[in-house]
Write a protein that binds this ligand. Sequence first.
Ligand code: X2X
Length: 335
Amino acid sequence: MFKRRTLMAALATCLLISPFAQAEYKKEYTVSTVLPSAFPWGQAADKWVELVRERSEGRINMKIYSNSQLVSGDQTKEFSAMRSGLIDMAVGSTINWSPQVPELNLFSLPFLMPDHAAIDAITEGEAGKAVFKGIEKRGVTPLAWGENGFRQLSNSKKKIDKPADLKGLKIRVVGSPLFQDTFTALGANPTQMSWADAKPALTTGAVDGQENPISVFDVARIDQVGQAHLTRWGYMADPLVFGVSTRVWRQFSPEDQKLLKQAAIDAGKWEKEKSRSELKSTLARIKERGITVTDLTPEQHAAFVKATESVYKKWTPRIGEALVKQAQEAVANRN
Ligand code: X2X
């Protein structure tokens, strides 16, 4: 009897301490972002870190490294660095991770998502789950969605309201080949470069234009480097993904995994609402600075859609026919 009780006690102790209680947590987990705290993107990461610190009572400490500094400014290397465990966590853009996760190119298909409800219909539905599977398959555990925003086109030369206006314009694009194809289809002259190189290239006139959400245009003061014309064509939006290197993820107890995930969901929801609610005042501020802001008529919009059709033909097979269809249906049936 005594022996049995001792055995049970030993077993209980074993269950209590293993395997997680033995795993020592790091003193600090690195969190990579491209944009810092002045931007909605950085605020999403700040919120996540803050919620995790509070809810874990300081047991889990995360530290943000912005401006892609953990990958020497090359934001397209962030995903690989996370996968290999060089970076523990990140709040990353679908664009920057798309070279390693083809499914993420979905969001870059021109004019797929007409409004915020369309983004939500994709991310919160079956298509979003399929995209998360694509991320997971490649070594990163995705936890929640945030938002960089609808990307609008600016340039230093002229008002743009039809594809022909883009002819020959040198446009800085992010490091994803799909963007090269979109701008080539429009007759522009796209150049891929990192965010770190973008503002200097605009300043020197090495490029004529760029595309980014208006929150980025505003906070980074893109108007001050001669970008006097802004076209609100909303041709794509890049959601943000809160992710953890799967190697690191496995070291957390199931309770802490839950905590990290819920905090990411809450931070993402908070950031999406906040950044969407700020759009109106941001636009007003940009207009006050004397920027020409152009909105497209339905006919002008249709001309851009038509001019970029070839991008779908080339990229749908790479992204996955089923996933693109699923996303298009989600958009068509959105609330
Ligand atoms: O480089 C950009 O344009 C930025 C900051 O929007 C991204 O990282 C996708």
